[in-house]
Design a protein around this ligand. Structure first.
Ligand code: SAM
Ligand code: SF4
Length: 352
C-alpha cells in the first residue's frame, strides 16, 4: 500500500510546485519550508464532546479576558500578511459558538495579502451561518462528520440531537456555494470503521472530498486513540476492495491529506496520516490559539506569546521570526502516550 501513497506523493508534488511558482514571497522556516497558512482558533469551547477529542465534562476554559478580540486577531493577521501569510482557517473548539463570527471574517477579508479564508466546523450551527459567512468572505469549509448514521453521530458527538442539525448545516453549506466541501472523518475501530465504504461511495455522486483521519493520541483520549486506532494503510486497503483508486492532486487547500479518486467519481477520498506516514516535510502552517499563543507546530511545547506584546503595543514581527526560526522539523507523537502532544489535553485547545 505504500506504493499507492508514494504515487500520490509524486502527483501532489507536481501540483505544489506549480502552485508555489505562481505565488509571491513568503515566510520560510529553518528547514526552508514556505509558511503561508495560519490556523486560527477563535475559541476553546465547543457544543459537542466528540469521543476522540473532548471529555464529556469539558475542559478548563479560558477566561474571556484571556481570549483575543476580533480586532486583536485581525492585527496579528495584518502583521503576518505583511510577512508573507496568504491563507487563514478559522477553527476552535467550535468556531461557530463564538458570537458574530462573520464580523471577524470581514476584517480578515479586508486584510491586504490574504487570499483565502476557510473554516473548520462541526456544522451544528451552520444552517443559520452558512450564508452570512459566505457573504463575509469564507470560501471553503471543512466539516467534521464521523458517521452517516444518525444514532452514531449522536453517540460519537455525545450531544443528542446533533445529527439533524449537522445535516441541515451541510445542506446550507452546499446551497451557499462553498467549494470545495471537505468532510473529515476520524476513523475508529468498532465505532465507525464499518462505514468506510458508505463514505467512499458517496464520493461517486457528490463532489465531496472525504478525508479519513488517523486518530492522534492526546491526554484526554488515550483509551480511544490506543484501542480504536485504524491506520491509513488499512483504510486504503479496504477502499481498494470497492474499486480502483487513482492518486490525484486533490482539491485546493494544499494540506496534509493524500487524495485518491474512483474512476468517474464526482469527489475524492483522502487519508490524513499523522501516525503512520509523516507528512511534516511539506508543512506550510503555524497556529494561533484563542489566547494569542503562536504555535509553530501542532504538537510539542513550543509557543510564543503574541497577546502580551500586542496589548503592550510592542512589535510582533520579531516574535514571529523567532517562532519560524525554531519551528520543529516534525512532530513526535507516540502511540498510547500523551508524551508527544506538548501538554495539550485535546485538539479542541488548538483547533486541529
Ligand atoms: N470543531 C471543529 C470541527 O470539529 O471540525 C474544529 C476543531 S476540531 C479540533 C478540528 C478537526 O480535528 C476535526 O476534523 C476533528 O475531527 C479533528 N480531531 C479532533 N481530535 C482529534 C484527534 N485526537 N485525532 C485526530 N483528529 C482529531
Ligand atoms: Fe468539538 Fe471539533 Fe473537538 Fe468535536 S472535534 S469536540 S466538534 S472541537
Amino acid at each position: 500500500m505504500s506504493d499507492l501513497l508514494g504515487q500520490a506523493a509524486a502527483t501532489r508534488k507536481a501540483a505544489e510546485v506549480a502552485r508555489a511558482a505562481s505565488a509571491g514571497p513568503a515566510m520560510t522556516d529553518g528547514f526552508g519550508r514556505r509558511i503561508e497558512y495560519l490556523r486560527i482558533s477563535v475559541t476553546d469551547k465547543c457544543n459537542l464532546r466528540c469521543v476522540y477529542c473532548m471529555p464529556v465534562e469539558g475542559l478548563p476554559w479560558l477566561r474571556r479576558d484571556e481570549i483575543l478580540t476580533y480586532e486583536e486577531i485581525a492585527e496579528i493577521v495584518r502583521v503576518l500578511a505583511r510577512m508573507g501569510l496568504r491563507r487563514v482557517r478559522l477553527t476552535g473548539g467550535e468556531p461557530l459558538v463564538r458570537r458574530d463570527l462573520p464580523a471577524l471574517v470581514e476584517l480578515l477579508a479586508a486584510t491586504p495579502g490574504i487570499e483565502d479564508i476557510a473554516l473548520s466546523t462541526n456544522a451544528v450551527l451552520l444552517a443559520d451561518l452558512a450564508e452570512p459567512l459566505r457573504a463575509a468572505g469564507v470560501r471553503r469549509v471543512n466539516i467534521s462528520l464521523d458517521s452517516l448514521r444518525p444514532e452514531r453521530i449522536d453517540a460519537i458527538a455525545r450531544r443528542p440531537g446533533s445529527h439533524g442539525r449537522i445535516m441541515r448545516g451541510i445542506e446550507a453549506a452546499e446551497r451557499a456555494g462553498f467549494a470545495p466541501i471537505k468532510v473529515n472523518c476520524v476513523v475508529m475501530r468498532g465505532r465507525n470503521d464499518d462505514e468506510l465504504a458508505d463514505f467512499a461511495r458517496m464520493t461517486l455522486t457528490r463532489p465531496w472530498h472525504v478525508r479519513f483521519i488517523e486518530v492522534m493520541p492526546l491526554a484526554e483520549n488515550l483509551d480511544v486513540s490506543a484501542r480504536e486506532f485504524v491506520s491509513a494503510f488499512e483504510v486504503l486497503e479496504r477502499l481498494r476492495a470497492i474499486g480502483e483508486l487513482e492518486p490525484v492532486a486533490g482539491p485546493e487547500g494544499n494540506g496534509p491529506a493524500t487524495y485518491f479518486q474512483f474512476p468517474g467519481a464526482a469527489g475524492t477520498v483522502g487519508v490524513i496520516t499523522p501516525m503512520s506516514h509523516n507528512y511534516c516535510e511539506r508543512c506550510n502552517r503555524m497556529r494561533l490559539t484563542a489566547n494569542g499563543q503562536l504555535r509553530p507546530c501542532l504538537f510539542g511545547d513550543l509557543q510564543f506569546d503574541l497577546r502580551g506584546p500586542l496589548r503592550r503595543g510592542e512589535p510582533l514581527e520579531p516574535v514571529v521570526r523567532a517562532a519560524l526560526h525554531v519551528k520543529p522539523e516534525r512532530h513526535h507523537l507516540v502511540q498510547g502516550s500523551a508524551a508527544g502532544s506538548g501538554g495539550l489535553l485535546a485538539l479542541s485547545q488548538i483547533g486541529g
